[in-house]
Design a protein around this ligand. Sequence first.
Ligand code: CTP
Length: 450
Amino acid sequence: MTKVITYGTYDLLHYGHIKLLERAKALGDYLIVGVTADDFDRTRGKINVQQTLMERIEAVRQTGLADEIIVEEYEGQKIDDIKKYGIDIFTVGSDWIGKFDYLNEFCKVTYLDRTQGISSSEIRTQKNALRIGIVGESSIIDKFVNESQYVNGISIIGICSENKQCSPQTSKNISLLTDDYNLLLDYVDAVYVVSHPSKHYSHVKKALEAGKHVLCESPVAMSTKESDELYHIAKSKGIALVDAIKTAYSTAYSRMILLAKSGKIGDIVSVDSVCTSLRNVDYNDTESLEKTWSSITAWGPTALLPIFQLLDVKYSDIRFVSRIGNDKYAYDEFTKITFEYPNAVASIKVGQGVKSEGELIISGTNGYIYVPAPWWKTDYFEIRYENPSDNKRYFFQLDGEGIRNEIVSFLRIIENHGYSYVSEKLSRSISFVMESYLNRNNFVKLHQAT
Ligand code: CTP
């Protein structure tokens, strides 16, 4: 009996897949089809696969062409499978020519002609093609545009900025570059808001009122009243409003949160996060200061994320200590916030004028989790115990600092089959912290050395 094996994602099964499977089957007597697992797909850059693994397996099963279906979960698995199942022929489409020649050592490798004119990527693109516009001025625009290329089904068509902010490389591929927000809104289905935090509320509100989905860099608003209003508009219109904190979407971070919540370190008693990045701020340059994100707005939402995700948002006390300039905008070079909960404490330290070790430490009754600097874009963390031989290290691939997954998640929410990793409750609590800070509640101002 000649055994044949082939692999693929088989998302939105199309006739190109069926023809491939028919020809693969005809090569022998028994066909095994390896369907690629979601996680493995991500590492290969196939992002925004529309169907779940179970749906894709079911679609392959329904072709009636596979004698056996297996799941492909890790790199190098093909060699294992060939040996395990006693495979005689490995086959894939001609788009992979040469790529699997190394398997010749284990079985015969045959590349079959790919059916022209159809692919899952094309179907995904045609199906959704969500037109996204960006409003604001930030270095993150370049990253966002770059990361969007890994996601099927969206196209960044315009940027609205007060001044030219993206690189020439980025702007080359954008058809609409404007300073007219209304014009941008006319041409898009969704906007990514990355303007100065003081403008988020008005930019988000305008977009929502125009019926556009919104992904907004956190904080979405500088008060809970504004935040509530925005989420209310979004709900009443049935459109998406998503608070964008890219760290929430990085694999290592989200797995770390799940492990912490599952009791790996016992009861969580303290969460301490630090985020700093030194910036050269000219306090005499009023114009540029007005456009600069303060330390609390630039870093606060990210630093608050693990605290609110692990300890919830119902703290009993909050205190601020801040080193603030004497400028009109009261730019904070450094801010420390402490939280008291009935059973825990937490703190954040954020700064753009003060440098520190950007680590995250979650202390528990059985051990602690240590995420090294820069924890907000880490691919690794450790769970440490009293006995160091019990320590465990965890590694995960970091794709695009979380931005790629954030875009996919935004798309899924728009298509009504996803959820935001940054909940509305969390987003609102971030706005509340911003509001408390601006109102100088429980506030100590640090004096600058003269
Ligand atoms: N295939 C084919 N002809 C097509 C599309 C796919 O022969 N028009 C083959 C591929 O070469 C592969 C198998 O079908 O052997 C599964 O491919 P998969 O990657 O799941 O499908 P694509 O449509 O190529 O997906 P994508 O566009 O996301 O790359």
